[in-house]
Design a protein around this ligand. Structure first.
Ligand code: 5GP
Length: 201
């Protein structure tokens, strides 16, 4: 059995990344999602059993000290991190795994795991980005501006990624994303078990 593939996904707040990911998971149910640990407050509409585990700063710092995180970063004043064990277990068991992180987290993972495939989800324009951030209605104007600034900062680093998916039309974005996954499956290194099982008969 070949190991699973790790896909690192980044995209600024307002890129529509969550919607793209939800659709990808509904179409590719075997891909595992790495749940992040974070220290920010839960937003309206979020639940404790969703895409994040909400933990205290003390607990987060303990996880850093114990080497339990594959990467971590401070984003708009809060810690965000990827627990290492879950990701390693999925890959070892042959499952593909998606980690959704900011650009700093993506760079940290890529350095430790150069075989990981990184995908940046990008909004189609500044105007669309701004309007998506303002229309969420869950944050204050100050928070929206902070996120807009952070988003532009992230887009400046999009060129560090292996692939860029521009999310103008959801269907096309999902299609592009799944093409990357499929082409990764066709890589020779992901088919050595099939080859060996024939050659070694
Ligand atoms: P939000 O607070 O809007 O849900 O997320 C803020 C940013 O943190 C987004 O760019 C999101 O991709 C990123 N993020 C989510 N989970 C992680 C993580 O585990 N590690 C890092 N470095 N960033 C994360």
């Amino acid at each position: 059995m070949n190991k699973g593939n790790l896909f690192i996904i980044s995209g600024p707040s307002g890129s529509g990344k969550d919607t793209v990911l939800q659709k990808v998971f509904s179409l590719c149910p075997n891909i595992k999602f790495s749940i992040s640990v974070i220290t920010r407050d839960m937003r309206p509409g979020e639940t404790p059993d969703g895409k994040y585990r909400f933990i205290s700063r003390e607990k987060f710092e303990e996880m850093i000290a114990n080497g339990e995180l594959l990467e971590h970063n401070v984003f708009v004043g809060n810690y965000y991190g990827t627990p290492k064990k879950y990701v390693e277990e999925q890959l070892e068991s042959g499952f593909d795994c998606i980690v959704e992180v900011d650009v700093n987290g993506a760079a940290q993972i890529k350095e430790k795991m150069p075989d990981a495939v990184s995908i940046f989800i990008c909004p189609p324009s500044f105007e669309v980005l701004k309007s998506r951030l303002s229309n969420r209605g869950t944050d204050s104007a100050e928070a929206v501006n902070k996120r807009l600034e952070a988003s532009i900062g992230e887009i400046k680093r999009a060129k560090e990624f292996d692939y860029v998916v521009v999310n103008d039309n959801l269907e096309d974005a999902v299609d592009g994303f799944i093409s990357v996954i499929k082409s990764q499956h066709l890589k020779t290194k992901n088919n050595t078990s099939a080859i060996d099982s024939i050659v070694n008969k």
